[in-house]
Design a protein around this ligand. Structure first.
Ligand code: PBG
Ligand code: ZN
Length: 315
């Protein structure tokens, strides 16, 4: 296989599109269980809450100042109640990070219940079905508990209708000006499976097509974005990344709020796995795929490659 000329050419791809550290958001898995590595995400640590400050320090050392936190609880129940526990894993981690770094790190939290319940679904089940309206109240409680702990931005990812409005009004009632980054257009995809094997009670492919957006309905994607902006989202997100870059561009051109894209766990796993076998050049693909997200118009890119990319950006 032909070897690419390495670092220099990857740095060039990224600088051609103007990617800088402030565009990158690094995911952080924080767990109440012992440290390990996400099984299908080689190189991605799962950090116990007790060690969260040193993990965030290693991110800050690369010059990246924005993180998104995903929690993995020790105990789970039917309704995912650990998600809004004031002393839950995310709430504890946020307080520690805030105490150690002040405003130096911008803290985003993922707001959902799927890591905390037994089914891995993003809502409460009523008669075996995810029930939109009873989930809204729980999501608001989760968001408020994150705001209380000191999150700068809450990112609802459950795809319930009305989640932004309901969270916005709960935050307002409690006097929080915390911003909302909505996972507005989260397409149902098997590309979230590596994340789920790291974070869920139930491993494997889960069908979330009743509430996540379909690939075959780009008009719906744009409606979801528009609705979220009307409901008070400060920033919107499209995920996964690579297969949806036309929509990133459409949203960038059509709306005024910043657009984020999430380069998801399956996109990371594909590049890592093929790279490890020498079937593709890993460095080329991580640089090229992230560069294309920037070129499509993403203002922020959430990527498990964030730290490796920081190494490819000029000081
Ligand atoms: C929680 C959540 C998921 C992801 C982000 N937030 C899992 C899911 O919706 O099943 C996926 C992220 C990734 O795959 O990198 N709702
Ligand atoms: Zn979820």
């Amino acid at each position: 296989m032909q070897q690419f000329p390495a670092k220099g050419s990857y740095m060039e791809m990224l600088s051609t599109v103007g990617l800088r550290r402030e565009h990158l958001i690094s995911p952080v898995f924080v767990s109440e269980r012992p440290a390990n590595e996400a099984e299908s995400m080689p190189g991605m640590p799962v950090t116990p809450a007790a060690q969260i400050v040193s993990r965030v320090q290693s991110i800050a050392d690369t010059g990246i100042s924005s993180i998104i936190i995903f929690g993995i609880p020790k105990d789970r129940d039917r309704n995912g109640s650990a998600a809004y526990d004031r002393n839950g894993v995310v709430q504890t981690a946020v307080r520690k990070i805030r105490a150690a770094f002040g405003r130096q790190i911008s803290i985003i939290t993922d707001v959902c219940v799927c890591q905390y319940n037994l089914t891995g679904h993003c809502g409460l089940l009523v008669k075996g079905q995810v029930h939109n309206d009873s989930t809204l109240k729980v999501l608001s409680e989760v968001a408020v508990s994150h705001a209380q702990a000191g999150a700068d931005i809450v990112a609802p990812s459950s795809m319930m209708d009305g989640q932004v409005r309901s969270i916005r009004s709960a935050l307002d009632r409690q006097g929080f000006s915390t911003r909302i980054l909505s996972y507005s257009a989260k397409h149902f995809s098997s590309l979230y499976t590596p994340f789920r094997s790291a974070a869920f009670a139930k491993k494997g492919i889960i069908d979330k097509s009743s509430y996540q957006v379909s690939f075959s309905n780009p008009k719906q994607t744009l409606r979801e974005i528009e609705t979220d902006i009307q409901e008070g989202a400060d920033m919107v997100m499209i995920k996964p990344g690579l297969a949806y870059l036309d929509l990133v561009r459409a949203v960038k051109d059509r709306f005024d709020v910043p657009v984020a894209v999430q380069n998801v766990s399956g996109e990371y796993a594909m590049v890592k796995a093929a790279g490890k076998h020498g079937w593709i050049d890993e460095g080329e693909w991580k640089a090229l795929s992230i560069a294309s997200m920037k070129r499509a118009g993403a203002d922020r890119i959430i990527s498990y490659f964030a730290l490796e990319l920081a190494d490819l950006l000029p000081e």
